[in-house]
Design a protein around this ligand. Structure first.
Ligand code: C5P
Length: 396
């Protein structure tokens, strides 16, 4: 993915300027160097000290400051990405017309970086033919327009015009920098861990949080794919823009996968699926008073979804399996992976080690990717997001 970026956040003067603070914060926390260029009007809504403290950089507004450093073009030239949030109707009109009567206008004109605008205004202004034409002009030039959302506006009215949530502005902005090498592809991802009911209140489950699977879904969507996520009891949120279908048990997952698989070009089975389920699900809560000191559960094998999808897949589909193994040494781990990819018949298998303190509910992962022949095609370690991108690099 992307490393540390120089991001210019343009803040124009609307009530939603207070949300710019959260956009700036999210970019800083994601490790980027953020430079705020605010219009005079924006500073009537949020104070410079707030913007400077949150961005950790001086905030510029005045075209006639820093002339010796040719600041009116320097900021734009250095930018890897420009995000204007909020983008008012007025600032959109100025950008569409190429006006440079303030520092933000100059910065945008002097830059060849991707430009992302998050409009915020009242519905009437958003629907006004002037704004509609300006947005069409900007889109035709390749500018990314994120939102606006429909919802409660500043007054008592509701409608189209709300600035989208700061996190969604940030993901759209970073996606604008990502190569769209999965555009037009449909990707089906399974994530999380299934739960097999014992009785109305208990289940047999596993420790999968769904982090790696969700990271794969997010990464695929950011590369332009249309993503469906079969979500099994996730511990992590799923951002908007991904079609989420919730499932509980391995049986639910099998049914949902059967319905979705034909549409998919790529199937990534990151979910931890129970190999066994209770032979009977008790109608009522199992009580120790009747079960006594020792309770024996009878389990039956679940069908292997990955094996059957791999066996019936079309030649133009790619199926990727995951294997989380506890083998302590690398050679044994690799051997287990090689056996599994051969048995399951998937195109690729992503193998990682798990243990009491390894693999689950942690932000990082360390994986080896094998092909059907058992050859190592990729090794990756780092955040689950970066591992997701490395896996997709291989598939794209
Ligand atoms: O055999 P094992 O459970 O280790 O295999 C893991 C891989 O197989 C994962 O990709 C998982 O999603 C998939 N799987 C499946 N159906 C099962 C068990 C596992 O699709 N019943």
């Amino acid at each position: 993915m992307t490393g540390r970026l120089n991001v210019v956040v343009g803040v124009s003067g609307g009530i939603a300027a207070y949300k710019a603070v959260a956009v700036i914060r999210a970019l800083v926390l994601a490790g980027h160097d953020v430079h705020v260029v605010a219009t005079e009007a924006a500073l009537r809504f949020v104070g410079k000290p707030t913007l400077e403290a949150i961005s950790r950089n001086p905030v510029h507004t005045d075209l006639y400051e820093g002339v010796a450093q040719v600041r009116h073009v320097a900021i734009g030239q250095a930018a890897d990405l420009i995000v204007v949030a909020p983008a008012t109707a007025h600032s959109i009109a100025k950008i569409a017309a190429g006006l440079a009567d303030d520092l933000l206008g100059n910065t945008i004109l002097a830059s060849s970086a991707p430009l992302v605008l998050a409009p915020a205004m009242h519905t009437e202004m958003w629907q006004n033919p002037a704004t509609v034409a300006n947005i069409a002009t900007l889109r035709a030039r390749g500018v990314t327009i994120v939102g606006p959302a429909i919802g409660q506006l500043t007054g008592s009215d509701t409608g189209a015009g709300r600035m989208v949530d700061p996190d969604d502005v940030v993901s759209a902005a970073l996606a604008a920098l990502t190569v769209q090498d999965l555009a037009g592809r449909r990707v089906l991802v399974t994530a999380g861990g299934t739960r097999e009911a014992l009785d109305p209140v208990r289940f047999i489950g596993n420790r999968s949080s769904g982090r790696q699977g969700v990271a794969l879904a997010v990464a695929a969507a950011s590369r332009g794919a249309e993503v469906t996520l079969l979500a099994a009891n996730l511990e992590v949120p799923v951002p908007t823009g991904i079609t989420r279908i919730d499932v509980v048990s391995a049986g639910d997952l099998a049914s949902a996968a059967a319905l979705e698989v034909n549409r998919a070009d790529i199937v990534i089975m990151a979910a931890a699926v129970a190999d066994y389920r209770p032979a009977v699900i008790a109608e009522a809560k199992i009580k120790k008073e009747s079960a006594g000191e020792r309770l024996t559960l009878e389990l039956v094998r679940n069908p292997d979804i990955l094996s059957s999808l791999s066996a019936s897949k079309r030649a133009d589909q790619i199926v990727v399996g995951f294997a989380a193994e506890t083998e302590p040494d690398d050679a044994a781990l690799l051997e287990a992976g090689r056996g599994k990819v051969a048995r399951k018949g998937c195109d690729y298998l992503v193998l990682n080690r798990v243990g009491w303190a390894e693999g689950f509910s942690v932000p990082d992962n360390d994986v080896v990717m094998l092909d059907l022949a058992g050859d190592i095609v990729m090794r990756a370690s780092g955040s689950k997001a970066s591992v997701a991108h490395r896996i997709l690099d291989r598939l794209a």
